[in-house]
Design a protein. Structure first.
Length: 592
């Protein structure tokens, strides 16, 4: 349907304009019974028009840099914004910064999407509390051969039977090309066209809920993909030069004209929960979200998510080991429900592999892992030789269920030079150590059955200069790792992406172990207590309630004296005789 002359430039009705600033109204294209309202923040423009099909119409100036209008347009129609800048003769044609659908990719038009069309079947669904959860991180493009939201639906029943409480999707925002990790997304409200777009994401969430599985979505608010920086800058000051992230320009959350940028992020977070029934968000690298405002944007995001759904959760990723991230706002915190804890992974990984390159240089002691079982910030004010400064603060005032831990994830596998997973011989003990912890365990796709395929770093940049910079940056990244010798896989090569797809080839013994450990985990109670350890002999003895875990991280068979009388689960051929458990190298046992 084309725009009618009657509606050209018509402003939104009064009942939609109760908020004090026009940029606090819903941005983007909002379809309704009387047409679609388009609203965009473009303070740098002297005029903004809408192109819908072959028709064009000028948007009305609503003040404060916002342009809006209601037109006879329906869901499924494509549109562009035409920006007339000061001193420019020709308008610039660009997608909507708040686009909900980019069927032609990053450089194509936006498409009107009506989330209310989907007939939800999940009434009454509630995701399990974090304290009772097992999270499963996956990358949509490599999780199945098809690499789509719909194809992922076929794996949900298997995960439910395993005991997975929630899947955590790596970012799905529209970014360059057809493949990538998702952390270079540009149109943050548009589920990637290569995965099936917005309708297919709704179907995945509905299907997950029907199996009793929640859905957590990884979202990125610290930067945008470099391929979209110029397009976003044409609309307004989305970025700032006051700060710089490792991945590019930082978002303008505390400078001049920052309020609409903040609202862009807040509406995005709210929209996932409201329109897609997403049960939680994982905020990428909040340590790279720079904001000196009196009310930090991370706290506002959390509050907006909770307001949209009181049961929805916000999990933060932060490298700062700062418990303020998960403290309530009333106590001076950011109010996030949980946060990732890398120190647990690093403590475990170094014991399992003996690696001490790069940031692993700070770890490698059995006592590090013992400390991580109490609260997973090993560096809680301690001096880090790798960072050359003190890191973190104690977190004993926070509940164990506020920490997400893992023995593999997309970073710790994919950011390795060749994307290799844990060595086969280390996987059983890693599983036991992870699932014995009092924290929220997260599995990385395929981990639960010993997937042999790597998860490599892959991109599909459509700009040659960005592709070149990505390759060169990847080379520099591994300069600190002595083990890095061979040529890295080319991130832009389709074969790198294809090599990362799950094969489904199962190690049945490992798969059975994971299933048994998840069942046993439900019986574990209380905090983790250190009963004993030996740095020289490389063993650790932990207790939770009436269950003990004894681990042998050494390369030789050894015995540990114990007062326990029953072997519950072993990762290898262990024996319990004469008041001692004997464990093969790199193995563990649960005992009562």
């Amino acid at each position: 349907m084309t725009m009618s002359e009657r509606s050209e430039g018509e402003k939104a009705p009064r009942e939609e304009r109760e908020l004090p600033y026009p940029w606090e109204q819903r941005l983007g294209a909002q379809p309704g019974p009387e047409g679609t309202t388009f609203r965009v923040w473009a303070p740098f423009a002297k005029q903004v028009s809408l192109r819908l099909g072959t028709s064009e119409a000028t948007l009305a100036d609503a003040g404060w840099g916002v342009w809006e209008g209601r037109f006879d347009a329906e869901a499924g129609e494509d549109y562009w914004f035409l920006l007339q800048r000061q001193g420019s003769e020709l308008p610039v044609r660009l997608p909507d910064p708040c686009s909900r659908h980019q069927p032609g990719g990053l450089r194509g038009p936006s498409r009107i999407f009506d989330p209310s069309v989907h007939r939800w079947q999940d009434e009454g669904f509630e995701m399990a509390p974090l304290a009772d959860s097992v999270i499963y991180e996956l990358h949509v493009g490599t999780f199945t051969e098809e690499g789509t939201f719909r194809a992922a639906c076929g794996q949900l029943r298997r995960l439910a039977r395993l005991g997975v409480s929630a899947i955590e999707l790596m970012p799905v925002a529209e970014g360059p090309g057809n493949r990538g990790w998702g952390y270079d997304g540009v149109y943050t409200s548009a589920p990637h066209h290569a995965y099936g777009g917005p309708e297919a994401l709704q179907q995945l969430v509905d299907a997950a809920h029907s199996e009793g599985i929640g859905v957590i979505l990884d979202v990125v608010y610290n930067h945008l993909g470099a391929a979209g920086v110029r397009a976003m800058e044409a609309f307004g000051p989305y970025f700032t030069d006051r700060y710089q992230t490792f991945w590019g320009k930082a978002m303008n959350f505390d400078g001049e004209l920052c309020d609409p940028v903040r609202e862009w992020a807040l509406q995005n977070a709210e929209g996932w929960v409201r329109d897609y029934h997403i049960d939680g968000l994982r905020l990428d690298a909040v340590h790279a979200i720079f904001d000196e405002s009196a009310k930090p944007i991370v706290a506002e995001i959390t509050q907006r998510v909770h307001a949209a759904n009181g049961r929805a959760i916000v999990i933060a990723e932060s490298s700062s080991n700062d418990p303020r991230v998960i403290r309530p706002v009333q106590a001076g915190g950011l109010g996030c429900d949980a946060q990732w804890a890398d120190d647990f992974h690093h403590s475990l990984h170094t014991l399992l592999t003996g690696e001490t390159d790069g940031y692993y240089a700070d770890f490698g002691r059995v006592s590090d892992l013992a400390k991580a079982y109490r609260r997973p910030f090993v560096y809680d004010g301690r001096y880090s030789a790798f960072r050359k400064r003190r890191v973190g603060a104690p977190a004993f005032d926070r509940d164990a269920s506020q920490f997400v831990v893992f023995c593999e994830n997309h970073d710790q596998v994919g950011n390795r030079a060749f994307g290799e997973r844990l060595p086969r011989q280390a996987r059983p003990l890693a599983a036991m150590c992870l699932l014995f912890s009092p924290f929220v365990p997260m599995l990385f796709m395929g981990e639960e059955y010993g997937e042999p395929a790597p998860f490599q770093y892959f991109t599909d940049h459509i700009d040659a200069a960005i592709a070149k910079a990505t390759r060169e940056g990847r080379q520099r990244e591994f300069a600190a790792f002595q083990s890095f010798r061979r040529q890295l896989p080319d991130p832009q090569d389709r074969r790198t992406f294809a090599a990362s797809k799950l094969t489904g080839r199962r190690d049945e013994i490992l798969a059975d172990l994971y299933a048994a450990l998840i069942v046993e985990r439900r019986q574990l109670t209380g905090e983790a207590e250190v009963i004993g350890l030996s740095e020289a002999e490389r063993w650790l003895w932990m207790r939770r309630g009436d269950c003990d875990m004894i681990c042998n991280f050494s390369s030789r068979r050894q015995s540990v004296a114990t007062d326990r009388s029953e072997l519950v689960i072993c990762t290898a051929e262990a024996t319990l005789t004469d008041g001692a458990v004997t464990l093969p190298p790199l193995s563990g046992a649960l005992l009562r």
